[in-house]
Design a protein around this ligand. Sequence first.
Ligand SMILES: [Zn+2]
Length: 331
Amino acid sequence: MLSEVAGALGAFADLPLAFQLPFVGLFAGLVGSFLNVCIWRIPRGESIVFPRSHCPNCNHVLEVPDLVPVLSYVFLRGRCRHCGTPFSPRYMLVELTLVCIWCAALAWFGLSWAFATCAVGSAVLLGTAGVAQMSRSMRRGAGGFTFMEILLAMTLFAIFISPFLNVLRTGWMGASKNREYLIAYNLAREHLEELRVMPARNLRSDWEIFVHGKRLTDNIFLDEFGPLARWGQNEKVFYENFSDVLTEVSQLPESVQAKFERNYKRFYGRDYKLYPREYDGFRRVTRIKDVTDPSTPGLALQKVTVTVTINTKLTHHRSLEVSTIVSDRGL
Ligand SMILES: [Zn+2]
């Protein structure tokens, strides 16, 4: 049962926002309608479940056409369908406020825990504020103007702020994504600079250096029986998993990490330093390929390609490739 609910929610979460909004809006209206019942009955010590809602003047039980959130109030011009007694606009405003807040939260967060928190929080706040205000006005025998003002302010706030929230959100996300691409580009450039100072004939792909080194000892990087053993089985799997950007979180098992760092120092001539935590979502691999140039057939050329893959909360599986051609004479 629970898994079916989760499955249905998952399917609903995959729908475009335009399909989700009407459902969430309607549900918010129904919750708002229930809050109205609470706001009226709790201060009077009545049950919030029974009896069914009715007109306080003519006692007609309210039917479906009277109970559609917001719309009923608008179409019936805020009056009882039977006796014409005006209802307080509070009913409509409570529902409208909740609809606006829930829809804004959905547009802002998507169907998520953040949205659920906003939805439940706004309903509880609105209900509590309404009940408190109703109790106060009953004791004083005065109208609840303050509460109406609060409602109006909340509604206007939700209506006016929602488009800006969206702009802010996309702006922030865009800036953060740009920052991630910049980090990826710098990682690639940084490694190319490092390779620049090496003699071209010493350039090796990561696969060769760390798994099948011809000049270095074979398997210096891999632990043959450990969790990384399968990396050494095929080049494709290796490049899908390996990275020479390691952080405290993503570093290798201790003994393998030690081998890696030893080997790194021997090959690149400098100590390997772990990257800061913010590099967690970045992977970097280097491939070297022999290429030929038909116009200079005698010259040995190599193509150096550094690929940085970003896989963070914001950016999923995007790769950035920087290549350069080198000859024996260096980069
Ligand atoms: Zn009536």
